[in-house]
Each structure stands twice: as C-alpha cells, then as structure tokens.
Ligand binder design. Structure first.
Ligand code: UDP
Length: 322
C-alpha cells in the first residue's frame, strides 16, 4: 500500500491513476484545502491534515504502508512571497510531521514533489541536477530545505528518498476524467484556455523584453501523465533497492509564452484576447530541464508533445467536472 499525501490535488490525482494501472494499492491523505474529493478515482481516502499527528499515526497503524509519495504542500510562488510563514509551516513543519510518523511506523521510502524552483535563476540551460540550488522565493526555499531534510533523515535514520524536481506541469488525463482545477489559477495554459472559453476577459502576457528569441519567458512544459508515470517508476526504483537521488522531470525542450499562446489559439481554433504587460516579479527568463538523468535512472521518457499537453487540457476545460 502506498500513502499518497495530497492525492486529491492536480499531480497527485493523476498519479493515483498511474499507480492503479501499475497494480499498486494506494491511500490518499488530503485535507481538501485545495484538493478535490472527486479527483480521487482510485484507492482509499482519508481526509486529514499533516499537522494532525494523531491522524497520521492512526493512518500508519491502519494501512500496511510500504512507501510514501508526498505531494501535499502549498505551491503559489507569489503567495509565498507575501506569507512565507504559511509556506514554512505547511511545507516544512507539516512535512516533518510526516517524516516523523514514517520513522515511528518504520516506513523508509519516500518520493518527494520538489521543483525546478530550487535552482532560482539558473546560470546554465538546460539545467542539470548538479546545478547550484539557490531559490529566489520562499516556495523554492521550502523545496530546497525539504530535500536537505531528507538527506539528513537518510544519514541518521536510513530513510531513502527520490526528490522529483518538476518543471512546468500541464495537461490533463486524456480520457477527460480529471484535470487541472486550481483556485486561484495562476498557470499559463489553464489561464489561456479559460480566456478562450470566455471565463476570463483576456490573458496577460507577463514580460516581452526578456533576453529570449521573442522576448517572452521560456519554460519546459511536461504532461501531468508523464509526471505521474515518473512517480511510479521512482517508486519501483526505491522498492527494488535504489539509492536516494534527486531528478529533474522535464522534456528538455523549451517554449516561449508567445509560442504556447499561439499553439493554444490554433488548437482551440479561436482568437483569444490577450494583453502584453510588464514582467511578473521573480520569473526567470528561461527554465529548461536536462532530463538525461531521469531517463537513465528511471528508464522514463516523456510521451506527450506540447500540442498534446494543450489539447488534453482543452478537452478538460471544455468539460470540466470539478
Ligand atoms: N505567464 C503569463 N501570464 C499568465 C501566467 C503566466 O505570461 O497569466 C507566464 C509566466 O510569466 C511564465 C510562464 O507563463 O513565464 C509560465 O508561468 P506559470 O505560472 O504557468 O508557471 P511557472 O513557470 O511560474 O511555474
């Protein structure tokens, strides 16, 4: 049985489907603060908060948990700048509760949702895992610190971990069962698609004078189902005795904001209202993964193109269930 914290969230809920496809049983722990109960289509479900030590201990006593996939965290960069205390409490203090409950229960394997935000403003593109970690916002700091906490827990207590540093997660289940539903939404692709559907009046393009080919920021967009499969591969790797490791999850190919916007217009076959505005504070010009290590260690290859990312997301947004 695999414990999935935050299994009712965007990447967590897609991972539940991949776990089930691979024959793993799961139990989700989610406080439903941002998650959706309707998104949990596989496994057991327990509504509880990671701050609740009693609930955590009971969970480990009730289910025969062999490993943990830890998604539950706050993930808004902008909010983390305004309310860092919220991020340090939830992502670090509550994350420590989880690790301590694992120790008590003798569970020694964890897959952690990290982020390319650990790199800050990188000096090399594509970014290798060996690049210095130098986050530029509290959200990125929490991911960096938790990776370091995991290393200390390994040294002291033998807990093995895989930290997966996601680049830009996007797209939706190709069968349309689940997809991205954040409130508030801050990510580019869902915002463009909401503008296409008239659910918002326009999309703002943040910054047009970056040192990139068309002046807009470049990101490495990775399909959520590819991310989900990487978690299953990382789990199988750890359960078969793999060593602790940090891995980038990206495609190695970057697209500018303008290119993504234009591909959305083409796929939706609509003219989408937009406005060029100034840059969003804290956005580095370019983030593209070097994905060689994940391919080598996990034998994982992203399958979805950027157009498939947009078209599965478009299908979801047109028929959104939650
Ligand atoms: N972006 C934008 N308009 C928006 C939201 C995002 O131009 O309304 C840009 C943002 O500046 C970044 C890229 O789209 O360069 C991806 O942003 P997103 O928030 O999706 O992911 P992030 O890279 O911040 O994790």
């Amino acid at each position: 049985m695999i414990l999935v914290t935050g299994g009712a969230g965007y990447i967590g809920s897609h991972t539940l489907l991949s776990l089930a496809d691979a024959g793993y049983e799961s139990v989700t722990l989610d406080n439903l603060c941002y998650g959706h109960r309707e998104a949990v289509l596989e496994g057991h479900f327990v509504q509880a908060d990671l701050a609740d030590n009693f609930a955590l201990d009971r969970l480990f006593e009730t289910f025969p948990i062999e490993a943990v996939i830890h998604f539950a965290a706050f993930c808004y960069v902008g909010e983390s700048m305004e309310a860092p205390e919220k991020y340090f409490s939830n992502n670090l203090v509550n994350g420590l509760n989880l690790l301590n409950a694992m120790l008590k229960a003798g569970v020694e394997k964890i897959i952690f949702s990290s982020s390319c935000a650990v790199y800050g403003d990188p000096s090399v593109i594509p970014i290798p895992e060996t690049h210095a970690k130098s986050p530029i916002n509290p959200y990125g700091l929490t991911k960096h610190f938790y990776e370091e906490i995991l290393s200390s827990y390994e040294t002291a207590h033998g807990i093995k971990h895989v930290s997966l540093r996601y680049f830009n997660a996007a797209g939706a289940d190709p069968k349309g069962r689940i997809g991205e539903s954040h409130d508030p939404e801050t990510h580019l692709i869902p915002l463009v698609l909401q503008a296409a559907l008239g659910r918002r009046s326009e999309i703002e393009i943040f910054g047009t004078n970056y040192p990139t080919s068309d002046g807009t920021c470049i990101r490495d967009y990775i399909h959520v189902c590819d991310l989900a499969e990487a978690h299953v591969s990382a789990l199988t790797y750890l359960l078969s005795g793999g060593q602790s490791i940090s891995l980038n999850l990206g495609t190695g190919k970057g697209y500018s904001v303008r290119e993504v916007f234009e591909r959305c217009q083409k796929i939706c076959q609509l003219s989408i209202p937009y406005r060029d505005v100034g840059p969003r504070p804290g956005d580095p010009p370019e983030l593209v993964a070097s994905g060689d290590k994940a391919r080598e260690i996990l034998d994982w290859n992203p399958r979805y193109s950027v157009d498939e990312i947009i078209s599965t997301a478009w299908n979801w947004h047109q028929n959104q269930k939650f």
